[in-house]
Design a binder for this molecule. Structure first.
Ligand code: SF4
Length: 214
C-alpha cells in the first residue's frame, strides 16, 4: 500500500521536461519543513491505495511521462516498488525528491530531480550530500530554490564544490514563489557564466499558486 495525496494529469511545470504532458503521483509525507514549502497539504492525511490501483490510475491517464513527487516520495519504502514497476511498464519516470533521503536504491531507469536546500529554507543542515555524488549527467537534474542573494551565493558555492555542471544533466535555479524579484534573479543567472537554467513553475502561472491537482 502507498499513502497518496493525489494522482492527476497535467503538464510538467518544472525541469527540462517543462511543458510535457505528465501524470503526477503525489505521495503523502515529508520529514522536512522548508519555510516556503508549497506542498504542506501533503504532510498529513492521504489515502491508502494499493500499488496495483496506483498503477492502474497512471495507466488510465495515458501519459508516457510520470512524476513521483510529494511531500518527499522517498519517505515511503514502497515508492521504490512503484518506481520499478512503472519503469518495467515502459513509463519515463521522474522522481522529485527534497534531498533528505538517500537516492541509493532508486531504480536506475528513473531520473532524479534532486533539491539542494539553501539557507533560507531553514533545512540546509538536512541535505544528504552523497546524493550529489550519485547524479548522472545523462539523466539527473539538481534544483536550487532561491529566496535571496545568500541562497544564490550558496547555490554557486555548492555548484562549484561538487562540480555539478559535469555531474548533472541540468542545474535548475528556481525562485521562491512571490519571494524574490524575478528580474534580479534573471540578472544573476545570465551573468553567472555557469551552465545553469532559471526555471519558473509553469503550472502556477497557468492555474495559480494555490490550486492542487492540475
Ligand atoms: S522537502 Fe519539499 S515537500 Fe518537504 S517541506 Fe521541503 S518543499 Fe515541502
Amino acid at each position: 500500500m502507498l499513502r497518496v495525496t493525489e494522482i492527476f494529469r497535467s503538464i510538467q511545470g518544472e525541469s527540462t521536461h517543462a511543458g510535457r504532458p505528465c501524470t503526477f503521483v503525489r505521495l503523502t509525507g515529508c520529514p522536512m519543513r522548508c519555510v516556503w514549502c508549497d506542498s504542506e497539504y501533503t504532510f498529513t492525511g492521504g489515502d491508502h491505495i494499493s500499488l496495483e490501483d496506483v498503477l492502474q490510475q497512471v495507466r488510465n491517464f495515458g501519459c508516457s511521462l510520470v512524476e513521483i513527487t510529494g511531500g518527499d516520495p522517498l519517505a515511503q519504502k514502497e515508492a521504490h516498488t512503484l518506481i520499478r514497476q512503472l519503469c518495467d511498464e515502459g513509463f519515463e519516470v521522474l522522481i522529485e525528491t527534497g534531498g533528505f533521503f538517500s537516492t541509493e536504491g532508486v531504480d536506475e531507469r528513473a531520473a532524479i530531480i534532486l533539491d539542494v536546500k539553501c539557507p533560507a529554507s531553514n533545512e540546509v543542515e538536512r541535505n544528504h550530500w552523497p546524493n550529489l555524488e550519485r547524479l548522472r549527467p545523462d539523466l539527473d537534474e539538481v534544483k536550487f530554490v532561491v529566496a535571496d542573494r545568500s541562497d544564490w551565493e550558496y547555490a554557486l558555492e555548492v555548484i562549484e564544490r561538487y562540480e555539478l555542471e559535469k555531474r548533472a544533466k541540468a542545474i535548475l535555479i528556481s525562485p521562491v514563489w512571490d519571494g524574490i524579484d524575478l528580474k534580479e534573479l534573471a540578472g544573476w543567472v545570465s551573468t553567472s557564466g555557469k551552465q545553469i537554467r532559471m526555471q519558473l513553475q509553469l503550472h502556477k502561472y497557468i492555474w495559480g499558486p494555490d490550486v492542487h491537482g492540475v
